[in-house]
Design a protein around this ligand. Structure first.
Ligand SMILES: *Cc1c(COP(=O)(O)O)cnc(C)c1O
Length: 434
């Protein structure tokens, strides 16, 4: 009876002039048209398209890829032992585990809290939310903030901060100078690739340090200004520290919680991806302090919201992988993963030295796995991409793909086998016509 009622309604709604039935029609499934606003997602497919077109014409040429931010070296033995142990545990009734806490197992959360403790940061394990990625966390975190929050991003930036807010409907259309409604904070040579404070009031501020793509690391003084702004304006900083382990300078902060006052205004995201070669394994964490406040909420509320969000939408990171994460935090694991980070930093040094010997201006690389170079001769980022590919057979990433202020810059990634990195640098030195 009910069913036939529904199908009757369905068949007439499309054609009926009755206004009530027209409303029924409007309530049918529609897509989220915010996706149509997205201009990004264009960057890496376009790199692939141009590279393939080059290879089509130059069959058999070896192309050297310094484009993508993905680890290349095998997982360290102490960490592998942890992963193996995680697998073994599943094969035994006494150690088997199914669903765990969605926030992650306590030994891992404790291990992470201890890691921060080494830098004088006091956080409780319950403030750590273990997850399967800092990319998904940084995309999802906006969901606990009001739809009408004004969002500020560094320009250039890791694309997910912008895209997740576009999809959530916090922006207008894409224009040549970025999305309408977003506050872009330019990171330029003049400001050392760390932005000035926003001139008006913004509500949510994304900061990534060490930065992808510029390789710049914010100093304590630079972060302090933003922390003070956020506390004064009841704004929230979303701090992505995925590359913190690449910081070698002891003066530079590895966590925003090294800054006084950050515990009331900042959420931090970090990951095992780049530190332990877990880009394919998947393990990360987000810190939401219980002291965090917003304009309309007291301490504890945002922590409770993220707890609720994770419990509702997420069933926890893999137990095998969490065992690997615990091993990565062990003394042996730390020693081995630090050595690997050092290996990538040496790649960055090789890239930097090679470019500088040609008189190219470079930034980054010292405390980050990215070298950010100024395109020689005033070329646009994509013109330089084509030049580097055609003359040197090297693939990198055009800076303009990360935001309007990235125009005229280019990112080279230090993730790669040493032999490849050396070949790429030699080829640039021998073949780049500038
Ligand atoms: C690689 C990267 C991450 C890590 O993301 P995962 O999802 O944990 O692999 C986060 N932020 C930035 C800026 C990155 O470059």
């Amino acid at each position: 009876m009910r069913k036939s009622n529904y199908s009757e309604k369905f068949s007439i709604t499309r054609f009926s002039p009755d206004p009530f039935l027209v409303i029924e029609y409007l309530l049918m499934a529609r897509i989220n048209t915010n996706y149509d606003k997205l201009s990004a997602g264009y960057l890496f497919p376009e790199i692939a398209r141009r590279t393939n077109a080059f290879l089509e014409v130059n069959k058999g040429t070896q192309v050297l890829r310094l484009g993508i931010g993905d680890t290349t070296e095998p997982i360290a033995s102490a960490v592998l032992d942890g992963l193996h142990q995680g697998v073994k545990n599943l094969g035994n009734a006494e150690t088997y585990s199914g669903y765990g806490p969605s926030e992650g197992v306590l030994p891992l959360r404790q291990g992470l809290a201890d890691l921060y403790g080494e830098h004088g940061v006091k956080l409780d394990p319950s403030e750590f939310f273990v997850s399967d990625g800092a990319k998904s966390d940084s995309a999802n975190i906006q969901g606990i903030f009001s739809e009408d929050c004004v969002i500020a991003v560094q320009d250039p930036a890791y694309p997910v901060y912008v895209d997740s807010n576009v999809i959530a409907g916090r922006t207008g259309e894409a224009t040549d100078s970025g999305y309408e409604g977003l506050v872009y904070m330019p990171c330029t040579e003049e400001n050392g690739f760390f932005p000035e404070l926003p001139s008006g009031k913004v509500d949510v501020i994304y900061i990534c340090s060490p930065n992808n793509p510029t390789g710049a690391v914010a100093t304590k003084e630079q972060l302090k200004k933003f922390v003070d702004y956020a506390n004064a304006h009841k704004a929230v900083i979303l701090f992505d520290s995925a590359y913190a382990s690449f910081i070698t300078d002891p003066e530079l902060p590895r966590s925003i919680y090294e800054i006084d006052g950050a515990e009331t205004c900042a959420i931090e995201m970090n990951s095992f991806s780049k530190t332990a070669g877990f880009t394919g394994v998947r393990l990360a964490w987000t810190i939401v302090p219980k002291t965090l406040m917003t304009e309309d909420s007291e301490a504890g509320k945002v922590h409770a919201l993220w707890t609720r969000r994770q419990n509702t939408f997420f069933n926890g990171a893999s137990n095998i992988v969490q065992a690997g994460g615990i091993a990565a935090l062990s003394a042996k694991g730390r020693e081995q993963t630090n050595a690997q980070v050092g290996f990538y930093l040496e790649n960055a040094r090789i890239i930097n030295d090679g470019l500088k010997s040609l008189g190219i201006t470079t930034y980054g690389g010292g405390n980050a796995p990215y070298v950010w170079l100024k395109t020689p001769g005033g070329l646009t980022s994509w013109e330089f991409f084509d030049k580097l590919l055609n003359e040197c057979h090297v693939v990198g990433t055009p800076g303009s793909g990360f935001g309007p202020a990235g125009e005229g810059f280019f990112r080279l990634s230090a993730f790669g086998h040493r032999e490849n990195v050396e070949k790429a640098v030699e080829s640039i030195k021998d073949n780049l016509k500038i």
